[in-house]
Design a protein around this ligand. Sequence first.
Ligand code: SAH
Length: 399
Amino acid sequence: MIKVYLKKSREESVKRFHPWIFSGAIHKLEGVEEDGAMASVYSSDGKALAVGHYQIGSIAVRVLEFQTDTLPENFWEKRIEAAYRFRSVLGLAENESTTAYRLIHGEGDMLPGLIIDIYNDTAVIQAHSAGMFLAREEITEALKRTYGKKLRAVYDKSSATAPFKAGLQLSDGYIYGNETHPASIKENGISFFVDWCSGQKTGFFLDQRDNRELVGKYSKGKNLLNLFCYTGGFSMYALASGAISVTSVDSSRTAMEMLEKNIGLNREAGIVLNDAKHDSVCDDAIEYLKKSQKGQYDVIVVDPPAFAKHRAAIPNALRAYQRLNAAAIDKIAPGGIVFTFSCSQAVDKTAFAEAIFSAAAQTGRRVRILHRLTQPADHPVNIYHPEGEYLKGLVIYVE
Ligand code: SAH
């Protein structure tokens, strides 16, 4: 156990429940500095302020509980149960038409460094901090107690995200139950294959659920281009909503193969009708846009991976958002709609909107904002940690 004493001038933020304690706020540290160790945090006059996971780096402590120096009894079970209750309130916990949701969204669920996504009866854990990685067993036990028989397996997908120093070889795998992958989940009645072992992130981008529904609303009778389509989330909603044609573009061949399977699955179920036209294109999104004809598409979805993974990358990322969106706005048919997104946490919504504004100005076309979009409620933002709002979207109408 590490004891951390804060500088008097740096105590305010933890008293206001911000879950990160930066190394620069620490006046004195007692104990062995070790990634993932438990740390108690005290004010300069010795009052217990918080307890959390220690990590060597800029964010030194990720707070699990405030106003105490020890983890309360049954901590993991209580937190996970609370998260489950919250998803029940959202109507996600037992829902036949939507069988995949985020159970734990890090700071948004007061568990900084931890992501848990539920796919049918499997929980996929992704630890983004050493402390959460080391707590996998306790987390799994808590999941089992919360879900009972409804949980068949727990898969750990932390090898690429748990920040351990070189030398420690991590591997992904099942930590409870037998293999359950790949599986097909349902989202608003539409089916998708998800492979958490080989897919990106935990296997599926659950954070676009609500925004996909909105794309569906605008797709009837339209020719739609879905850039950065992954396994076809937006494409499937457009096809199910009566789009005349959908073209899906992604640079990942594996993602495109899964997309094809997803179309098959939904055609079989009668969700996607047989006359709906679909083209899969494995290409760079910008290159594809350059080659496409002006006016070919009525709706374009632009959902790239995070361009800025840290603050230093922000200026380049903004230029990339501008370039990409200028190309989309330039190519779209008159009266067309662009759905554009950024999932870079480091780029805030004002900066993103400015990039889209510059993109519009570059094309000289008349553009109106129809909707401002964000992440769905199962990716909650802790009010004391506004940084947790990472997904930004704008829906624009181009004359
Ligand atoms: N819209 C998707 C999620 C997109 S994630 C959904 O709803 O599920 C970002 C995707 O961009 C990934 O599938 C990745 O393979 C793809 N990608 C990354 N760089 C690319 C590029 N230069 N051109 C095309 N696709 C790219």
